[in-house]
Write a protein that binds this ligand. Structure first.
Ligand code: MG
Length: 368
């Protein structure tokens, strides 16, 4: 791997919370990636909802397959730009570790329950998982990841919460950008979900080709595909159109970001932090991307079927939260022994870590 001057280099890492010597066979970002893959929270992503709940069908994306797609897209962009591939991979695989069961509806519900106790932010929770909640090592809690991976995981953060996080929260208070690798994963996350959610939307029957024709880029791309291939199955047509759209978006992101790099000419990874956002779409692609997002919000995320799943999810999270609040002794001992924070935070940690089906199981077990 040839690293550009502006890429993050593990030998210049800002380090780990607890000192560890460098491994002889793996760089620090590879090591972080491996720690994430071997964590329990990573395995649980398999049974957490992306948009469609797990029991709706086996072909839909889960948080795990979403994270793998984000990782794949991030690696491709990082390679093109000369950034550190292992770092983007580690950030991508960890970026959703703090997600609750049942997707965004689950997160919103838990945030409401936690309103008077500091709220719930899934980015912050992902950091909490890798810094504290994973119990794999004798020497420390959490996975003790490098600053660069932790910084990449913390995509958004309120100033209030950032002020409690030390160095990794600084940029939300003082301003400034994260590493290029973190910027890459942010965009790869959006590129991945917007395309795979449309794909899953078609699979579920909520979306169809006629409706998608409202989107200019979809209409144009499907026209090109139909002109080139005359006898495609609908599955081939869908895949070919979405594949081309995604490829165009990624190419635009790479081209525009390379042009930004030429303009600003950063000489080190540290230079990136005081520059404007380097990874970005061209203005033309920004419009196309905004149209895709608007369409998905209107026709997919706000669709009555998805909304109904969301309402059911909210009820489950709400019931579980208040059940454990009123029956705190029922919370597993491993969550209760943390006396540093309010009982409600320990309950939120437990609920956020659940898979969809485990949450359902508890609802049945306690007759909620
Ligand atoms: Mg994501």
């Amino acid at each position: 791997m040839t690293l550009a001057l502006y890429a993050s280099d593990p030998s210049n890492s800002k380090g780990r919370l607890f000192y560890e010597s460098v491994a002889s066979s793996r760089n620090d970002y590879q090591r972080d990636r491996d720690r994430i893959i071997h964590s329990a929270s990573f395995r649980r992503l398999q049974y957490k909802t992306q948009v469609f709940v797990n029991h709706e069908g086996d072909m839909f994306r889960s948080r795990l397959t979403h994270s793998l797609e984000v990782s794949q897209i991030s690696r491709g962009i990082a390679r093109t730009l000369g950034c550190h591939e292992d770092l983007v991979e580690a950030i991508a695989l960890a970026h959703d570790l703090g997600h609750t069961p049942f997707g965004h509806a689950g997160q919103d519900a838990l945030n409401k329950c936690m309103k008077d106790f500091g709220g719930f932010e899934h980015n912050l929770q992902s950091l909490r998982v890798v810094d504290f909640l994973e119990k794999k090592y004798g020497a420390f809690d959490g996975l003790n990841l490098t600053f660069e991976v932790r910084e990449g995981i913390l995509k958004h953060c309120s100033k209030k919460n950032a002020s409690k996080l030390g160095q990794v929260g600084d940029r939300f208070i003082k301003g400034g950008q994260p590493s290029l690798e973190a910027q890459i994963v942010n965009f790869a996350d959006e590129i991945a979900y917007i395309h795979h959610d449309i794909d899953d939307g078609l699979r579920s029957g909520i979306l169809d080709f006629k409706l998608l024709g409202e989107i200019e880029s979809f209409r144009e791309t499907s026209k090109q595909v139909k002109e080139k291939f005359t006898s495609l199955t609908s599955e081939q047509l869908t895949n070919e159109v979405l594949r081309r759209m995604m490829s165009n978006i990624i190419s635009d992101l790479c081209d525009h970001s390379i042009s930004n790099l030429k303009d600003y000419d950063p000489k080190s990874a540290e230079d990136i932090r005081s520059l404007p956002l380097i990874i970005n779409f061209s203005m033309h692609m920004e419009k196309i991307f905004a149209e895709l997002k608007n369409f998905s919000r209107l026709h997919l995320y706000k669709h009555p079927r998805v909304q109904t799943m969301g309402e059911q999810a909210s009820n489950i999270i709400h019931s579980l939260f208040y059940f454990f609040k009123h029956n705190y002794e029922k919370l597993p001992i491993s969550f209760r022994i943390n006396n540093d924070c309010a009982q409600e935070r320990n309950i939120a940690d437990y609920i956020a870590g659940m898979t969809d089906r485990f949450a359902h199981e508890l609802i049945n077990q306690y007759g909620l």
